[in-house]
Write a protein that binds this ligand. Sequence first.
Ligand SMILES: [Zn+2]
Length: 345
Amino acid sequence: MNIDLLKRLCETPGVPGHEHRVRDLIAAEAASLFDRVETDAMGSLVCTRDGEGEDPERIMLACHMDEIGFLVSHVTDKGFIHVSPVGGFDPRNLFSRRVLVCTPNGDLKGIMNAEGKPVHIASVEDRKKVPEPTEFFIDLGLGAAAKEKVRVGDFVVMDEPLVEMGERIVSKALDNRIACWLGLEAVRKLVDDGVSHKCQLTVAFTVQEEVGLRGAKTVAYAVKPHIGIGVDTTLACDTPGVPEKDRTTELGAGVGLHLKDGSFIADRDLTDEFEAVAKANGIPFQRTILAGGGMDSASLQQAATGAKAIGIVVGTRYIHTVCEMIDRRDLLAARDLLAAFVAAH
Ligand SMILES: [Zn+2]
């Protein structure tokens, strides 16, 4: 598999509203795979492969480009940086993190920590307290000079490399650069295998999903798909301390057919068709429901006069942390299922 592309996608910084670097990377890869590659007003990258005939069936994939992160909200006179979160961080995962503060003049390495005292002098009460994400700050090690280098609105990401661990892949931002990878690699598989399709295929690399499925709304309104497929991570809580009924997916057990979350309910016929395509092609899959949360599928389903929609997901352990973990066999199953579904249209 093209692990180099996934590594570059994960390690490229891009938070909601600041996805431009990820978009540039994807646009370069997409140029040879699509008939048209355009950027819409909100910043989503809309890649189209034309269909056959007068009014071909329109199938749309939504693969969000943004990762959870922060925007700089204030720089103190001493050079400490306060931040405003963009996306749902669990503050328990934010202590003592290496971060990258991304500015137009270059990226600055920093340390994120919570306001308060170290363990040696903290009270019992201090040690029990979990701060809000807004109670974390960044130290660039530059002192007051940070004020000259960082502006309010500059963006911040976690600074961790992708690592391979056997069949498992660990990185920040697997949510949702795996979908960016899938949107490119599923089409590359069609091209490499010489498989044609009748439908008009749009792969939209969307913006601002993590703050409310925003970018997918405008692209879906423009494309007006008949079939909308949100591509994303979902939970894999097949780990200690979580009851089996809450695991959502099991790592390594196949691509997820995402049937429901807090934002949408998948179309019954479309679900049956995906299941039939998976079975016909020997692709392992698991049906899955997420108790809360949301994904771009909801925006595709409800755009204009509506679309049949489903989520195609890859189970991810430790989601929304710097050590998100997937199984590469699930990722390849997702690629193969998306390619087989498009080939059948
Ligand atoms: Zn996501």
